[in-house]
Design a protein around this ligand. Sequence first.
Ligand code: DGY
Length: 335
Amino acid sequence: MAAASPVRPAVLVARAIFPETVQRLRAHFAVEDNPDDAEWSRAELIRRLQGKAGALLTGTQRIDDALLRACPTLRIVANMTVGYNNFDVAALDAHGVVGTNTPDVLTETTADFGFALLLAAARRVTESEHFLRAGRWTRWSYDLFAGAEVHGTTLGILGMGRIGQAIARRGAHGFGMRVLYHNRTRLDATIEADCRATYVSKAELLREADHLVLVLPYTPQNHHIIGATELAQMKPTAVLVNIARGGIVDDAALAEALRTRRIAAAGLDVFEGEPAVHPGLLEVPNVVLTPHIASATVRTRRAMADLAADNLIAFLTQGRALTPVNAPRELRMAS
Ligand code: DGY
């Protein structure tokens, strides 16, 4: 009698991703994917998660107590993002489910984009391009789109994890900037020296920075960490860059600060309630707006998808995730 082939765990890939990554998963698992990138409601996601041991997610699917109760076979949720504010980590722990993210592989690419937004906003790149495309450029003038200096100025960084440090290095080593940072915990002296960054209070950061880049994770404590009060403490010539998460900035207050020129400009890749964007931000010219693409180079997005897949493979075949964000005391057993 032929030996029965072992039953392969089932995994769900919730959004369209690189076909090659899905192929790699198929070598290990029974895969259900979403190649047409259909919009699944939460009920649909829960329905498709029935019987699945793992899920590859893109950071927008909320994984909480109710979902984990409704999906009792689920053992690992692998985000292809570094941010994991879509996970209720306490609920993951309580249900013995491992969550993973994709640190490191996107650090430098995301830092590049932070600088792209800073330069574009300070030097009025998109604003001047719109002017040119509209046929309004008729002659040179001494103050045509004169913006703010970037090199040699003071760069403030709020949130000094891996991406914050990569931005600090670009500022200090590439643009000759004085770098100040504020973080929940102060960094090691060796890291501070490598980044040429000085730790200051949040109040000093807001007051001193010529340009402020936000790179902190979204948590309930960080909700609207930059609002009207903080914007009022910044220099009127300052540029604010948000490549972290929507909800960290009070977008209504920011739109008002930009409209009244309380600060000079902003570069935003993330928004409260995205993909919706606060209408006030769409109305003001002094803001560069991009659709959450800071990590979007082909190579980096590929590395993010592959790391998420590797987490599923490592955990479901060898019991160890590569980049977990939690460590439940007891893991859900395979069913
Ligand atoms: C991340 O990885 O968290 C980025 O914001 C991309 O979604």
